[in-house]
Design a protein. Sequence first.
Length: 106
Amino acid sequence: MGALAEVAGDESNGEGSRTFVFENETHTLGNALKTIVARYPEVDFCGYTIPHPTENKLHFRIQSNRERAIDLLKRGLEDLEALCDHTIVTFEKEMNTFNAANAEST
């Protein structure tokens, strides 16, 4: 993952509202992370944009009146990592089962 920064001037909205800028990230991270974070009950708004197709920047916005945006972002990234780990383990298990079944039938 690339560098992460907060957009300047966002402090006036309180700690629950922040826009984070991810360098060298695309819709792949943006959409997956948005899907996870938007489901948290304490999140009022969550979305992302790619400001321009020629820029390798992802602007990720979180708004909450109940929790700090940085904590929600961290939790979202951890939950996304856990989901990816679970997907890999499940895929490898099923692939091994498939390969074992096909090895026996040949």
